[in-house]
Design a protein around this ligand. Structure first.
Ligand SMILES: *[C@@H]1O[C@H](CO)[C@@H](O)[C@H](O)[C@H]1NC(C)=O
Ligand SMILES: *[C@@H]1O[C@H](CO)[C@@H](O)[C@H](O)[C@H]1NC(C)=O
Ligand SMILES: *[C@@H]1O[C@H](CO)[C@@H](O)[C@H](O)[C@H]1NC(C)=O
Ligand SMILES: *[C@@H]1O[C@H](CO)[C@@H](O)[C@H](O)[C@H]1NC(C)=O
Length: 401
């Protein structure tokens, strides 16, 4: 379905305490009352934070003990269980997303997941073998989405089983489009030995690529966008272990200040791009979700929320952070001809935040989901709508804060 035919989001009033402000606005901006969007599908773009099997399908399965808490078997996810995108799908009454790249057992009737672990926004100049970054960067995901859209229509028209495996045409304009990507563009810079200044200098170009993809999805008919910002990189064992960091470079919770500042700078610029996109794509409802603050709140106040050891990986192999880049979660070793797992899961992942040094546990993901889905207290504009109403343009998104 093309842009002009697409459903136009309604403009609505979100929360009553803003009534006085609303009264000052022209009544034409308030055209209807908030209602559930009934998203029929989700299309997701991203990296390992939302990969439900893409990298596994292309480059080999995520090993056990990934998946142990919820799926009781590896499930293509880098976590012990569900990811934010799984909780999002559940809460909208939709099935978990099949990875677009997974040709075995997939069902795309209610959406598709284009994310792969290690994905960056900008294409990298290294192979996955050299650097670990996925060749399925966001621009590739965008091409895959366009192709999926076109071919779903053609193949669905063949009828029979294809009708139950592919989304209906109108789902593309009514779907929720979710994005969680950017973290790897920052770490890729550091891996190339760039200074923080140089990493920051690359961010405008990174975000120009991001913006181009949002516009492509919009041109394909997408209208409801849910964009996660990037998390506190400096609190991840993977970063804390990899780079020499002096105690003076740690904040009072033990996170590396410089990496968190880069993540925050990325987020600041991302927010600026989102404001610009709202102007350029007037029929889109674009929600910017402050995942950084939610994750940092959880890590810095872990005990208050029932969690332990926020900076130590649950699944790993030794060291201050229980993280060893050469023996990541699930790593095995041959001993007397037998394969034994040397990077095992901790006893109780349900009280841990960090799963494998890079990714979050299911318990943390669930907590984070609760914070972002309820009342928009972590979203921009500040008083936004719950997740199930993200098809509506909030009147607040037209105000400049
Ligand atoms: C890859 O190389 C090209 C050409 O040198 C350069 O313009 C681009 O910025 C590089 N990409 C990244 C992600 O470093
Ligand atoms: C695909 O999933 C949908 C929704 O869960 C279901 O109705 C349909 O039967 C599934 N298709 C197949 C071939 O299993
Ligand atoms: C970065 O620096 C390290 C240590 O000096 C070096 O081993 C590595 O090859 C460098 N990486 C790149 C991509 O230049
Ligand atoms: C929003 O929801 C969160 C999580 O349920 C809750 O802690 C917070 O108090 C709520 N905020 C408001 C303003 O209702």
């Amino acid at each position: 379905m093309m842009a002009s035919e697409a459903q136009k989001p309604n403009q609505i009033v979100a929360i009553p305490i803003w009534t006085t402000l609303i009264l000052l606005l022209p009544t034409s901006t308030i055209s209807s009352v908030a209602s559930d969007c009934s998203f029929p599908a989700i299309f997701n773009f991203g990296d390992s934070n939302s990969d439900t099997g893409g990298l596994s399908a292309a480059f080999g399965q995520a090993p056990p003990p990934n998946g142990l808490t919820h799926f009781h078997t590896p499930s293509g996810r880098y976590s012990d269980g569900r990811l934010l995108i799984d909780f999002i799908a559940e809460s909208l009454g939709l099935p978990y997303l099949s990875a677009y790249l997974d040709s075995v057992g997939s069902n795309f009737s209610h959406g598709a997941n284009f994310a792969t672990a290690g994905s960056t926004i900008r294409p990298q100049n290294t192979t996955i073998g050299q650097s670990g970054y996925s060749p399925i960067s966001l621009d590739v995901q965008s091409v895959q989405f366009s192709d999926f859209h076109k071919r779903s229509h053609l193949i669905r028209n063949k009828g029979q089983v294809f009708e139950t495996l592919l989304p209906k045409d109108h789902y593309f304009s009514q779907a929720l489009y979710t994005f969680d990507i950017g973290q790897n563009d920052l770490t890729a810079g550091y891996k190339l030995n760039l200074t923080t200044q140089q990493v920051e200098a690359s961010i405008p170009d990174v975000l120009a690529h991001f913006s181009a993809v949002i516009k492509n999805v919009y041109n394909e008919g997408g209208r409801s966008f849910w964009i996660h910002n990037t998390g506190p990189l400096g609190c991840l064992p993977y970063m804390l272990d990899r780079y020499p960091i002096t105690p003076a470079q740690l904040d009072k919770y033990g996170c590396a200040t410089q990496f968190n500042e880069v993540a925050q700078y990325f987020n600041l610029k991302l927010k600026e791009w989102v404001l610009r996109l709202r102007e350029e794509l007037p029929a889109a409802a674009i929600t910017y979700v402050d995942i950084y603050t939610v994750k940092y709140t959880l890590i810095s106040q872990a005990h208050k929320y029932g969690f332990e050891e926020p900076l130590r990986a649950c699944c790993g192999h030794g060291g201050k952070y229980n993280f060893n880049n050469k023996a990541r979660c699930g790593a095995t070793k041959r001993l007397n001809g037998k394969k034994i797992v040397i990077a095992k899961a901790c006893k109780d992942p349900t009280v841990r935040i960090n799963w494998d040094g890079i990714h979050y546990t299911e318990a943390a993901n669930k907590w984070i989901f609760q914070q972002i889905s309820n009342n928009g207290s972590f979203s921009d504009p500040p008083l936004l709508l719950p997740l199930n109403m993200a098809c509506h343009k909030s009147i607040y998104s037209q105000l400049k804060f």
